[in-house]
Design a protein around this ligand. Structure first.
Ligand code: BGC
Length: 439
């Protein structure tokens, strides 16, 4: 039995655009995903989140499911354009009413609301000015975050500023310098939001950021492979961990990027600000690991990912490597003064087998959760300060570029009827929470 400490929090996570639907209701503004091609009736020709899990209308029933599962906490994000349809300016009272009702219903059911300020759904008005690479977005984001602290901070005591700034900065097309600028602006926005929370009369809870991290291993003990893994670790992990937790960028990566001719602007005061706004915890989204080999053709990182076709993978093609979560947690403990950690997302998409009437047998997902939770428990035993774990995801939902084809839920959603069915992995997780242990 791998037991969890009494104050360890078990939850599940979602994000606004991936589940809410109701894209054109109650004054919601627009984000990029709303603008996919549509037929004459306005129906999207490409899958998007127009309807998703229709959670906007079904949240009370959804919270009843969370309660049945025994979730102690629910991590969700707020849709910026429901609060500020134009990104800033007038507040939309109907958007506020929705989140008030959601938060109150959670609390009435004994479930802690854990809120992500921003999870990938930037208002269109900011896409139009270049997105995060435009420094103006920082000011609007901080004003939006501060509005959330005012509106909901009396009841929400766990806040995550951004979800996965690496993805927000590096996945959109653009020059590498632009991507570095976006990353920097996201980090400054995070630090300003933390400062704003600490100064806020309702800022007596905890605040941190959610980073997508993955342990990088060298393909061999050849020093060149070791260096390759170190470089990719710098690109994916340390580029965000260091500024958030140490107040500076990793010097090896700064040199590397400069030598390759990539530049971004750091305004006076930015790094001091980052250094002065320690997060209460770090949220980690962990899905997989990487194995890196030296590659002289990759001028930037000198690395190439080695793909082993023999290993087990999820439906996303991501390698399943639970022990890498343990290694990652130990790295974070060692490098960052044992900062408290929340596993903010961990989970897997599989081709679920429906047995009858929506019932899903998902042994592979059960194994994924069981093995990762075991390594979380072992990391705690090894001294890591891990405070909680959120399964990704509570529901099958809109998996961004993969549309509805990839199912991550512990609860199945039949998109034609919106019927929810707890999968066997959901029952498994319910038992873990009840026993506070994993066998
Ligand atoms: C994101 C989620 C996404 C999940 C699976 C994370 O990167 O935060 O929005 O659905 O991974 O891809």
């Amino acid at each position: 039995m791998n037991r969890f400490p009494p104050d360890f929090i078990f939850g599940a996570a979602t994000s606004a655009y991936q589940i809410e639907g109701a894209h054109d209701e109650d004054g919601r503004g627009r984000i990029g995903w709303d603008d996919v091609a549509r037929d004459a009736a306005g129906r999207p020709l490409v899958e998007n989140g127009d309807v998703a899990c229709d959670h906007y209308h079904r949240f009370r029933g959804d919270i009843a499911i969370m309660k049945e599962l025994g979730l102690q906490s629910y991590r969700f994000s707020i849709s910026w354009v429901r609060i500020y349809p134009l990104g800033h300016g007038n507040i939309n009272p109907k958007g506020v009413a929705f989140y008030n009702a959601l938060i109150d219903e959670l609390l009435e059911n004994g479930i802690e609301p854990a809120v992500t300020v921003w999870h990938g759904d930037l208002p269109s008005v900011y896409d139009e000015i270049g997105g995060w690479k435009n420094r103006d977005v920082i000011t609007h984001y901080v004003a939006y975050a501060n509005t959330l602290f005012t509106l909901f901070g009396d009841r929400v005591k766990k806040w995550f500023t951004h979800n996965e700034p690496w993805c927000a900065a590096f996945l959109p097309a653009g020059s590498f310098s632009d991507q570095l600028q976006s990353a920097h602006n996201l980090l400054v926005a995070h630090a300003l939001a933390v400062a704003s929370y600490r100064a806020h009369p309702q800022g007596d809870g905890q605040i941190g950021i959610v980073l997508n991290l993955g342990k990088q291993y060298p393909a061999s003990d050849d020093p060149l492979d070791l260096q390759a893994a170190r470089n990719v670790d710098g690109f994916l992990n340390r580029w965000f961990l260091d500024p958030v937790l140490k107040g500076n960028y990793p010097v090896d990566m700064v040199d590397r990027y400069e030598r390759a001719g990539h530049h971004f602007v750091i305004c006076p005061g930015d790094m001091e600000l980052l250094g002065k706004q320690p997060s209460d915890f770090i949220g980690i989204n962990m899905y997989s690991r990487g194995i890196q080999a030296y590659d002289p053709d990759n001028q930037l990182l000198g690395a190439r990912e080695v793909r082993d076709d023999a290993v087990r993978r999820t439906a996303m093609g991501w390698e399943i490597c639970p022990e890498s979560l343990y290694d990652l947690l130990l790295d974070v403990k060692r490098e960052y003064l044992n900062i408290p950690v929340i596993i903010a997302e961990n989970g897997a998409a599989f081709a679920d087998e429906v047995i009858f009437d929506g019932q899903v047998r998902d042994d592979d997902r059960i194994a994924y959760f069981r093995d990762h939770l075991r390594f979380v428990s072992r990391a705690i035993a090894a001294g890591c300060d891990v405070r909680g774990y959120y399964a990704w995801s509570l529901f099958d939902n809109f998996e961004w570029g993969a549309g509805y084809s990839k199912r991550f839920g512990i609860v199945r959603v039949d998109y034609a009827t919106q019927k929810r069915s707890i999968k066997e992995s959901g029952i498994f997780y319910q038992n873990v929470i009840r026993l506070r242990a994993v066998e």
